[in-house]
Design a protein around this ligand. Structure first.
Ligand code: FAD
Length: 559
């Protein structure tokens, strides 16, 4: 059996290794048009920022070491240019000498990855505008970044996604003053605004300027300096700019070979990762696959799924239709200076696009027992179905233990778990690591209170709408007087929760009532007191002041 693989990094190299472990007798040829295989794309921003000091650390394997261990015929700087499906042959261009030749296959695997999106704006070909996709890009950026570094040197990152933010931190680390430009209303669009706002504020505190809701319109060169021009006319002079506005699946080879391309723009595959040609499989950034929650195909540009697909596809290439792939829920994480931001599943915007109804809770628990030194709070947002409690998505931001929460929820999401599963989840607990009640359980419990109608939630944006509408309602700040005086919400009256029972007769029962505290817990206690004392229309502000302060419109400054 002869297996031919196109692409030698996450999907391609992993599949080659697994193929060999499954079949010692097979002939395996791996084509990679670049110079390197099996390198750490995800580490590239950190090499630019000198966090990873030695370039060789980026290379998990060399073509020689990989070839020796797995008995794979590795051909770097060899680009597959055409697939002749009728003859089961690929045409290859040897980039060392420009010669073209053909290679026969029995089974072909495509893992050609994704291509960076380069917008067709004026000036996009000017010098010192970069995209970051591979080692060659990384070397170019690093060399230029060092050469252009001067006192007050500026860098502009166009695109505030995970990689854009990693680049912002790393360029600042080597001495650049960094601006992030984002066309969407906020950075990190896999996160909803209340979570992204925490990251945005942190970036400002760290001296990174964020210009959101303002897209790129052009690049210009003035006085021998690069200028990034935004849609509103703002001009940002800089030494270098990084275009990080996303990627698209690399499907040219597949399309030209007549393989089916799906509605999301990726190579169509069945659950065995087989394309529309039964002798050709595909994995990684180049494919699209139904999302386990929406059932709709989407492209998922992440290393974990590419590696898993590689393992599964090798099984199916050796034992056809043996191992189905279940899809990815897009679990992602990034370090942003002192914070970690992570997400899994669907954001509110994605749920709205998919027409799925949802409810949402935000909690701000401690990352571990508060009495043990060194802890810090995190924020966790859970999107779930109000019909049956199915978990639909989650996002977390904090200094520690964020990954733990998101990984737990991600596993549940894949198995169509519910908020009740979150409550029943178990975690390893001792004070230095966690609290007896984990943030995940805590979010599940708040969600359960909503499902059981023990609490009516109101989101910060909905409270703002209520205030703007002029509808009559009462707003009760149930924190301590000192907290109330440190800043509240327009129109709020202060009834500290511990004294609330004494004032019940002074508060009209027939009005719509919104209560809030710092994070939501005392608000819940207050709303239970009110609901059980005859108040019918009581709402608790989700995420409390900690969320409202960041995203609300009607903050009242300290008195
Ligand atoms: P790739 O790993 O990109 O490999 C595709 C290879 O195919 C390329 O080397 C390309 O040269 C080769 N190729 C293409 N066409 C041909 C051809 N015709 N002939 C021969 N060779 C060809 N994901 C995460 O989950 N977490 C992260 O922290 C993270 N950070 C990232 C940071 C950066 C800077 C980048 C660029 C990506 C990051 N990713 C991250 C995404 C992750 O690296 C990709 O999802 C993953 O590598 C996809 O694997 P793949 O095999 O589909 O494509």
């Amino acid at each position: 059996m002869k297996y031919v693989i196109v692409g030698g990094v996450a999907g391609g190299a992993s599949a080659a290794a697994r193929l060999r472990r499954l079949n010692e007798d097979a002939e395996i040829v791996l084509f990679e048009k670049g110079e390197h295989i099996s390198y750490a794309n995800c580490g590239l921003p950190y090499y630019i920022g000198n966090t990873i000091e030695e370039r060789k650390k980026l290379f998990v394997q060399t073509p020689v070491s990989f070839g020796n261990r797995y008995d794979v015929d590795v051909r770097t700087l060899n680009e597959v240019t055409t697939i002749h499906r009728d003859r089961k042959v690929v045409a290859v261009k040897n980039l060392h000498n420009g010669k073209e030749y053909e290679e026969r296959y029995d089974v072909l695997l495509l893992s050609p990855g994704a291509l960076p999106v380069v917008p067709p704006v004026p000036g996009v070909d000017l010098p010192n505008i970069f995209t970051l996709r591979n080692v060659a890009d990384c070397d170019r950026i690093k060399a230029q970044a060092v050469q252009l570094l001067e006192e007050q040197a500026e860098a502009v990152i166009v695109g505030g996604g995970f990689i854009g933010l990693e680049m912002a931190e790393n360029l600042q680390k080597i001495g650049y003053k960094v601006t992030i430009v984002e066309k969407a209303p906020h950075i990190l669009t896999p996160l909803d605004w209340p979570m992204a706002a925490i990251v945005q504020q942190h970036l400002s505190e760290k001296g990174v300027r964020v210009l959101a809701g303002n897209g790129l319109s052009a690049f210009e060169e003035r006085d021998s300096k690069l200028h990034v021009i935004l849609e509103d006319g703002t001009s940002l002079p800089c030494q270098l700019a990084i275009l990080s506005i996303g990627v698209r699946p690399n499907v040219q080879l597949a399309r030209e070979a007549g393989l089916a391309i799906g509605e999301a723009g990726g190579i169509s595959v069945n659950s065995y990762l087989q394309t529309s040609d039964e002798s050709i499989y595909a994995v990684g950034d180049a494919i699209e696959f139904p999302h386990p929650v929406t059932g709709k195909p989407y492209c998922n540009f992440l290393a974990g799924p590419a590696n898993l697909q590689a393992r599964i596809v090798a099984m199916n290439m050796v034992y056809p239709e043996s191992t189905p792939y279940m899809g990815s829920v897009a679990t992602a994480i990034a370090k942003v200076f002192d914070l970690t931001a992570a997400s899994t599943g669907l954001s509110e915007a994605a749920l709205q696009r998919a027409g799925i109804s949802f409810q949402t809770v935000i909690v701000h628990p401690a990352a571990h027992a508060t009495y043990y030194p060194g802890g810090s709070p995190m924020s966790l947002k859970l999107n779930f179905s109000p019909e049956d409690g199915q978990v639909l998505g989650a996002q977390a931001v904090g200094k520690m233990n964020v990954d733990k929460q998101i990984d737990t929820i991600s596993l549940l999401l894949k198995h169509k778990g519910t908020i009740y599963d979150l409550i029943y989840s178990e975690h390893a607990y001792a004070p230095p690591y966690a609290s007896a009640k984990s943030p995940v359980m805590f979010a599940g419990m708040v969600a359960e209170n909503i499902m059981a109608h023990l609490m009516n939630p109101i989101q910060a944006a909905d409270l703002d709408q209520l205030i703007d509408s002029g509808e009559e309602f009462q707003l009760l700040d149930v924190r301590e007087i000192k907290e109330f005086k440190s800043g509240t919400i327009q129109g709020a009256e202060n009834y500290p929760v511990d004294e609330l029972r004494e004032f019940l007769e002074d508060i009209p029962q027939d009005k719509k009532t919104v209560v809030f505290c710092e994070v939501g817990l005392r608000g819940y206690v207050a709303s239970r007191i009110l609901m059980q004392s005859g108040f019918e229309n009581v709402y608790n502000l989700i995420g409390g002041m900690r969320t409202y302060r960041l995203v609300g419109k009607h903050n009242v400054k300290p008195q």
